[in-house]
Design a binder for this molecule. Structure first.
Ligand code: SF4
Length: 675
C-alpha cells in the first residue's frame, strides 16, 4: 500500500449535508440562461422548459478536453445549445457562484469523458438535478464526489440553505455506490478500503458453470484489499465488487488528468503502486498539427494539446512507468504504437484482467483476456489499489459458423453483428460478449482482435475469444514462449459446457458478402452489392488499432500488388493513406516489401498514430460532401472530419482506392478505375 495513505484521516460525510450557492437551470430559452449568468435567480416551476439530452460534448466540447486541470472549470456548458444559441461563455458559470445545476431528461449522454463532470465540479457545481441521468456520467459524478438526484423538491431546500440527508442521494443504490457517495468519492472510499475501515462483502455465489469471462473475473475477485486476498469460487451476473488488474494503461488524453488527481490527492512525491504493470501511450494526437484548423491553432489550442504530451512524459519519467512515446528521437513524425496494438502484440495474456482509458480496450480480448475501458478516476484509483470496480454482466454468445468467402473478413462479421436486431436495439449494452464458432476459430488472433475491438461499437462491457491452439501459436510467435508455456497460459479458460448465456446470436459466415456501414453509425451495415449506385470516394484510409495490424497490411498489400501487376495506381482524385498500428507492424511491412507496393500504387504510408481515426491526422475530410472509405471501427458524425464516412473491410478499402468508388475486392480481379 502507498504509505502516505495508511494513516490518512478519512471519514464518511456527515449524515446531513448543506450545499451553499445558487441554482443554475439549463433551459431551452437562451435568455433565461443568460439572465442567470448575469445574476438573476429563477424560481423553479415545472412549466420551465429545461434542456433534455445534454451530452458530454455540450458540457465540454472535444477541443476543451485538451485542458486537463482545474482550468476546465472555466468551460462547463460552452457547447450547450439553447434554441439556436450558445449562451454560456468562458468563466461565466464559475463566476456565477452556482452550487447546483438542473436540467431535464438524459443528462450526460454520449462520450464517457470525465472532463465534463470535472469541469462542472471545478466551476463550483456540487449537485446535479435532472429528470434522469445517463449511467456513465452518473458514475463519473459519484466517483468525483458530485451528488446527483432526480428529486426536484431538493432545489428549494438548497435555496433555503437547509441541511439535506445524505440518504437522499443513496436511496436504492448498492453497497459500493452507497459507500462511494458516503465517503465523498471513489478516492476516499478506496482509502477507507485500504485501511480496512470499510469492506465489500464478497459474493456468496456457490460453484456454478461459468463462461470464460466469468471465470476470469472470479479468479481476480478482491476478497480483502487490506490483506491482498484475491479469488472466489464463482461469480454470477449482478455480483458487485472489485477485481485485481494485471495491466493498467492510459493514453495522453487521460493520463495528465489522472496524474493531476494523483498528485493533488495522494501527493506530488508519492509513487504509484506497481509501476511495472502500468503503461502509458502517446498515440492519439501525434499528428494533430496536420489536422487542426488554422483558426484553432491561432486560438492557442495546439499548444494546449501539446501540454498533454509533456505532462504525460514528465509523469512517466517521475513514476518510472514505461511510455510508448513519439518518434521524434528518430527524426520521424508519429508514435511508437497505438495503445491497443501494443498491448495485444507485447503484453496481454490469456486469463488476465486489463483496464485501459479507452473504449476499445477489449481489443486484447483476442487472446482470451477480460479487457475493458474505464474513466479517469478509475484509472487514477487503480494506480493506488491495482483493482477496479465491476458488476458481473450477463454473457452474450455470438456464434459465427461456416466457411467465409475469401473477400469477407472479421470486419464484415462485425458489421453483420452490429446490424443484428438484438445489438441494434441496445440489448447487448454492458454485456460480456463471447465470440465463438468455427468461423471465429479459423481466424488469426489479429482478425479476432478486429472483433473484440469492435465490441465497443456493440456497446458491450468487453468481448473475448476463449484461447485455443491459434492463441498458443500466437504466444509462441509473438512472445517467444515455448509450446508448454503457451499451453499453460491458455489452460482452463474455456467456458463450461453448461454455462449460462442471456442470448445467443448465430451468424452464417458462408452467407456473408463484403459490407459497408453507411455514414453515421457502424450499425448501418449493407452489402456493397446493395448500394443503390456507385459511391465515388475522395479519401481511402487504411489504419487505426482496428485495421493497422499485420494481417490488415497483408490484405492491403494483396489487393495493391494485384493492381501494381496490372499497371494500376490509386485512382485520380483519391488520396489513399495507409497507417500501421505499431513499429512492429511497420517492420513486418518492410520485411515483406509492402512499403514498395504501397508507394508503387501511390498510397501514402504513415507512421503509427490514431490520426484520422480521431479526427487528428492525415486522412480526415475537410468538407461535408467529401466521401471516405475507411477501415476504422466507428463512423459517428464528425469522427474523422465533417465528410461522409463509410466503413469497410481492408480489402474493400484498398480496392476502392484503386477504382475510385466503393468496390468489393474479388481475388485476382483488379477493379477498373472510375471514369
Ligand atoms: S485508433 Fe481510433 S479507435 Fe483506436 S485507440 Fe486510436 S482513436 Fe481509438
Amino acid at each position: 500500500m502507498i504509505a502516505a495513505l495508511k494513516n490518512r484521516p478519512v471519514r464518511r460525510l456527515p449524515d446531513r449535508v448543506r450545499l451553499q450557492g445558487r441554482v443554475l437551470f439549463l433551459t431551452e430559452d437562451p435568455q433565461l440562461v443568460r439572465r442567470q449568468l448575469e445574476g438573476q435567480d429563477l424560481d423553479w416551476t415545472p412549466s420551465m422548459k429545461l434542456r433534455d439530452n445534454i451530452s458530454t460534448d455540450e458540457i465540454t466540447p472535444a477541443y476543451i478536453c485538451y485542458y486537463y486541470d482545474e482550468t476546465l472549470g472555466d468551460f462547463p456548458y460552452l457547447g450547450l445549445k439553447c434554441g439556436e444559441e450558445f449562451p454560456v461563455t468562458r468563466g461565466s458559470v464559475r463566476q456565477g457562484g452556482f452550487v447546483a445545476s438542473v436540467s431535464g431528461k438524459r443528462r450526460g449522454k454520449g462520450s464517457s469523458r470525465e472532463q465534463s463532470p470535472y469541469a462542472e465540479m471545478c466551476a463550483g457545481i456540487k449537485l446535479v438535478v435532472a429528470e434522469n441521468v445517463e449511467r456513465i456520467y452518473h458514475e463519473n459524478c459519484q466517483n468525483l464526489g458530485i451528488l446527483v438526484t432526480t428529486d426536484f423538491s431538493i432545489i428549494e431546500r438548497v435555496r433555503r440553505g437547509e441541511e439535506l440527508p445524505l440518504a437522499a442521494f443513496t436511496a436504492g443504490e448498492g453497497e459500493i455506490t452507497r459507500g462511494i457517495v458516503e465517503y465523498g468519492g471513489l478516492f476516499n472510499y478506496n482509502v477507507a478500503r485500504l485501511q480496512g475501515l470499510t469492506r465489500v462483502t464478497p459474493p456468496a455465489t456457490a460453484a456454478r458453470p461459468m463462461t470464460s469471462g466469468e471465470k476470469i473475473l472470479a479468479r481476480h475477485w478482491v476478497v480483502d484489499l487490506s490483506t491482498g486476498r484475491v479469488g472466489v469460487p464463482a461469480v454470477r451476473p449482478g455480483d458487485e465488487g472489485f477485481v485485481a488488474t494485471d495491466i493498467r494503461f492510459s493514453h495522453e488524453y487521460v493520463t495528465p488528468m489522472a496524474a493531476i488527481f494523483f498528485e493533488q490527492l495522494v501527493g506530488a512525491e508519492e509513487k504509484i503502486n506497481d509501476p511495472g504493470s502500468v503503461l502509458f501511450f502517446r498515440d492519439h494526437l501525434t499528428f494533430l498539427d496536420e489536422a487542426m484548423t488554422p483558426e484553432r491553432i491561432k486560438e492557442g489550442l495546439l499548444d494546449v494539446a501539446l501540454e498533454l504530451e509533456k505532462k504525460q512524459r514528465a509523469f512517466a519519467e517521475k513514476q518510472g512507468v514505461r511510455l510508448y512515446g513519439e518518434l521524434t528521437r528518430l527524426g520521424l513524425h508519429g508514435s511508437e504504437a497505438i495503445c491497443h496494438s501494443k498491448i495485444l502484440e507485447a503484453h496481454a495474456l490469456p486469463g488476465q484482467v486489463i483496464i485501459g482509458s479507452d473504449s476499445h480496450t477489449p481489443h486484447a480480448g483476442a487472446v482470451g483476456a477480460v479487457a475493458f475501458g474505464v474513466g479517469t478516476t478509475a484509472i487514477f484509483n487503480s494506480w493506488i489499489t491495482r483493482d477496479v470496480r465491476v458488476t458481473v454482466p450477463e454473457t452474450v454468445r455470438v456464434v459465427v459458423r461456416g466457411r467465409k468467402p475469401a473477400n469477407v473478413t472479421a470486419k464484415d462479421f462485425m458489421l453483420e453483428i452490429l446490424r443484428h436486431p438484438y445489438v441494434k436495439s441496445g440489448q447487448a449494452i454492458g454485456k460480456l460478449v463471447e465470440y465463438c464458432g468455427s468461423a471465429v476459430e479459423a481466424l488469426s488472433v489479429d482478425e479476432r482482435a478486429t472483433m473484440t475491438n469492435m465490441t465497443a461499437e456493440v456497446g458491450g462491457f468487453t468481448g473475448y475469444v476463449a484461447p485455443d491452439a491459434r492463441t498458443v501459436a500466437y504466444l509462441m510467435d509473438y512472445r517467444g514462449m515455448s509450446r508448454a508455456e503457451a499451453e499453460r497460459c491458455c489452460a482452463d479458460l474455456a467456458s463450461d459446457p453448461d454455462a449460462v448465456y442471456c442470448e445467443t446470436i448465430e451468424i452464417d459466415a458462408a452467407g456473408l458478402r463484403p459490407m459497408v456501414a453507411l455514414p453515421g453509425d457502424p450499425g448501418n451495415g449493407l452489402y456493397i452489392d446493395e448500394l443503390p449506385g456507385r459511391v465515388k470516394v475522395e479519401i481511402a484510409y487504411a489504419g487505426s488499432c482496428t485495421a493497422g495490424k499485420k494481417e490488415d497490411m497483408d490484405m492491403y498489400a494483396r489487393v495493391l500488388q494485384e493492381a501494381l501487376d496490372r499497371g494500376e495506381r490509386v485512382a485520380p482524385g483519391v488520396r489513399f493513406f495507409i497507417q500501421c498500428g505499431s513499429q512492429d507492424v511497420k517492420r513486418y511491412c518492410e520485411e515483406r516489401g509492402y512499403l514498395e507496393v504501397f508507394r508503387g500504387v501511390g498510397a501514402q504510408f504513415l507512421e503509427p498514430s490514431c490520426g484520422a481515426c480521431i479526427n487528428a491526422g492525415p486522412g480526415v475530410s475537410r468538407g461535408k460532401d467529401e466521401v471516405t472509405i475507411s477501415a476504422i471501427n466507428r463512423n459517428f458524425p464528425g469522427r474523422s472530419g465533417p465528410g461522409q464516412l463509410y466503413l469497410a473491410n481492408p480489402y474493400t478499402v484498398a480496392a476502392s482506392a484503386i477504382s475510385g468508388y466503393i468496390t468489393e475486392w474479388e481475388p485476382g480481379l483488379t477493379p477498373v478505375a472510375a471514369t
